[in-house]
Structure formats: structure tokens, C-alpha cells
Design a protein around this ligand. Sequence first.
Ligand code: F6R
Length: 241
Amino acid sequence: MKIIKAKDYYDMSRKAANIISAQIIMKPDCILGLATGSTPIGVYEQLVEWYGKGDLDFSQVTTINLDEYKGIPKEDPHSYYYFMNDKLFDKVNIRKDHTYLPDGMEPDSAVACQNYDSIIHSLGGADLQLLGLGHNGHIGFNEPGIAFEKETYCVNLSDQTIKANMRFFAEEKDVPRQAYTMGIKSIMSARKILVVVSGSDKAEILKKAFYGPITPAVPASVLQLHNDVTVIADEAAYGEA
Ligand code: F6R
């Protein structure tokens, strides 16, 4: 595991975008695993800027996202589908039919998860998986205590995650209680993993996840077992680690 210290959020975003760009340049038809949340927004902005300058070509890229809320329609601005189109897909030359997220509007969880696993398997998994880090150590929506051997499944979000996500919704009651997420097994099958971490509120969990024991109580700690993980943390998140 390589832990790279960035000066600030902007520097973290540029460093991560550089690694993603290198992946696209080395393998133009690569499979990128993508994440939503606040942390990767700067990464996507940087990729869009470099695309605008003619430095990047997404025409052969395929993407698979980590997760999607269950029961939120695609056109709802809270959906991860909407987020990804707004932040990246609408702004670069990616083929929309090459961008995949779990189908949040499929009410049958078993069907939604099986369909998503079939897509991931048929693509052969991600060449590079981008991850954010939750305050409780979650990756994707794999909450503390989760079994490490799962592929895509339907998860009941923890109270802490519901509270953290409240900032995007008008009221707590509007925050979805369930999501479809790639499991730890799907995430660990990516050939390379890139984690972005920003802010002093992540300092404690960063230390636990990457310098502490490997335990389902801190889902991100399993990444210590992957042989190609790069963590890019800004100074505030890196803290005293
Ligand atoms: C997003 C995701 C989550 C976030 C995590 C951190 O697709 O799966 O695991 O990466 O909650 O979120 P932010 O970046 O908003 O702190």
C-alpha cells in the first residue's frame, strides 16, 4: 500500500486525476470503477478540464460505479446516476451505454444485484477502482461488520451514514435507508485501487483503516490485503498518521 500525502484538496484531486489519466492513456478501453460523494468531485473536475484541453479521450472507457440508492429514480438529483452524469459523464466523450450503476429502481434486490454482478463479471472487473472513505470506515456502502466475501448486495445504511448523507437532503426522513452496493469481494477484485481522503474529520478513520488491524469493524482496513492500493490523503486527513 502506497500512502501519498497531498498539500490540500486541490493537490489530492490533481494527483488522483493524474493516476486515472495514466490508466486511460495506458489502456484506452479500460474499465474504471467510480465513486460518488464529496471527495472525488475535484478529481472529476480535473478530468473534465484535461478532457477539455484535448489531453484525455473517454471514447473507449467503460465505467462501473460502486453503489446506488434503492428507490431513487435516475432523474432525481439525489441519485448517484444523476451525480455521475452531472459531474463527469455529460462533460466528456464517454459513451453513456458504457456507464453502469446498480439499478436503484429495480425493487427486487436479488435481481438488481445479480444483474449488476453479471455486468461486472462480463467486463472482467475494474482495472482501476476509485474509492472515498466513510467516517466509519465504509467503502462503497459496506458498513462496519460486513462480511468480506460479498459481491453486490442490498444494504441497510447505518445511522451514521444516514446522518452523514443528510447534508444532501432537505430532511432526515428523505434520506434513503437502503442502497445497492458492490461488496468487498467486488472491490477487492479490482486490479488497482485508488483511495482519496480529505479533511481533518477523516484523520482518525484514515489511521484506523490503513495503520490499524484488519477487521470487518473497519471495512476499509481490508484494503491492506490488496497488492496495488494507492491512498492519496491531504494534509488535514493525514494528520498525525
Ligand atoms: C460513494 C461511496 C461512499 C463514499 C464515502 C465518503 O459512492 O460509496 O463510500 O465514498 O461515504 O464520502 P465523502 O467523500 O462524501 O466523504
